[in-house]
Design a protein around this ligand. Structure first.
Ligand code: MG
Length: 373
């Protein structure tokens, strides 16, 4: 194995776990984190949660589980080329969506609105809450007791109020510092993964068309090349070949731009990474092309009337569930019952956020349809 760069995150220099544990034999601390994440129940539930499409809409669409695996795969490729810690990137990538509500962004927005008077709801914070508190598996602690670096990587964004409340893991938001390069990779790999698979799923679902995508330079450039090289290729293969090339181009661009950024700064060790500006980035030209792709998806896919209808339905289901549990706490499964009102709202949010798409639909039916129980 090639030696890691001196500014890579190293498990030996980890800031450790909240509860001390002896080093695991035969695997690194970050490998242990990854293994705990994979064994968690929140991870298994990702299979039945979605981002844009709802789980039952088709078996070929991405779920949050396959999305997280794609993020880890893209992230590891970048980490390996930059000689950074692949295990940490993998752990953060696999955990980054653990706190997501059912029904993707629509679900998150709905729950955030419901929680307005009770501290709000933010899926990043919820992912951290899952690994810090909500998983109940280990004898000696709540949560998964992950390393500081993994937890910090999961917390992508955070308001100053929440950062202050979170202590060490929120400190960087108050001190204007960056997380490890490994966390920066997981963040960007997330974006590369979902932009590209949303194009793929969008085309597969028929919500967007190749003709529309002609206005997106990053896509049309590669599409033109593929069609020229393989004039007789079937459409699905043309799409896949084009997307494959887009991902490769984005990954290569991130690697070369990041190498440049690191060279331009006095980066000697992992602490320098924290104090430097964000080092992991696209080059200026790719950033522009990527923005164009995102803008396209926003207009043509995320605001497509069929997606909007599903979002409206998701809003309704989430807010009606929330309201029902707030009005009568006896409807809540006993393990979610807590005394104070503020805590009750948080418990309701934990319960709803943990639901899969189909569970939320079923639970809604159980509460609101007379013939069900
Ligand atoms: Mg994601």
């Amino acid at each position: 194995m090639t030696e890691l760069a001196p500014y890579a995150a190293s498990p030996q220099c980890s800031r450790g776990r909240k509860i001390h544990e002896d080093a695991p034999p035969g695997r690194s601390e970050f490998q242990r984190d990854r293994d705990r994440i994979i064994h968690s129940s929140a991870f298994r539930r990702l299979e039945y949660k979605t981002q844009v499409f709802v789980n039952h809409e088709g078996d070929l669409f991405r779920t949050r589980l396959t999305h997280s695996i794609e993020v880890a795969q893209i992230g590891r490729s970048i980490a390996r080329r930059l000689r950074l810690n692949e295990d940490l990137v993998e752990a953060i990538s696999l955990a980054h969506d653990l706190g997501h509500t059912p029904f993707g962004h629509a679900g998150q927005d709905a729950l955030n609105t419901c929680m307005e008077d009770y501290g709000g709801f933010e899926h990043n914070l919820q992912s951290l809450r899952v690994v810090d508190v909500l998983e109940e598996r280990y004898a000696n602690f709540d949560g998964l007791n992950l390393c500081f670096e993994t937890r910090e990587g999961i917390l992508k964004h955070c308001s100053p109020e929440n950062a202050a409340r979170l202590g060490d893991v929120g400190a960087r938001f108050l001190n204007d510092q960056r997380p490890t390069l490994e966390a920066q990779i997981a963040n960007l790999a997330d974006e590369i993964a979902y932009n590209n698979h949303d194009v793929d799923d969008g085309l597969r679902s028929g919500l967007i068309t190749l003709e529309q995508l002609a206005s997106v330079r990053m896509f049309s450039g590669h599409l033109g090349e593929v069609r020229k090289t393989y004039p007789a290729l079937a459409e699905r293969r043309v799409v896949h070949e084009t997307i494959r090339r887009m991902i490769n181009t984005l990954v290569s661009d991130v690697i070369s731009q990041t190498e440049k950024n690191i060279r331009a700064q006095p980066i000697v060790d992992a602490d320098d990474v924290r104090n430097a500006p964000t080092l992991l980035a696209f080059g200026a030209q790719m950033l522009e092309l990527n923005r164009e792709l995102k803008a396209f998806l926003r207009t043509h896919l995320y605001r497509h009337y069929r997606v909007m209808r599903m979002s409206a339905k998701a809003h309704r289901i989430i807010s009606e569930l929330f309201q029902a549990f707030m009005e009568d706490r006896r409807l809540l499964p006993p393990q979610f019952l807590r005394a104070a009102e503020m805590e009750h709202a948080r418990s309701v949010a934990d319960y709803i956020a943990g639901m899969t798409d189909r569970y939320a639909i079923r639970e809604h039916r159980r509460l609101f349809a007379v013939e069900e129980n």
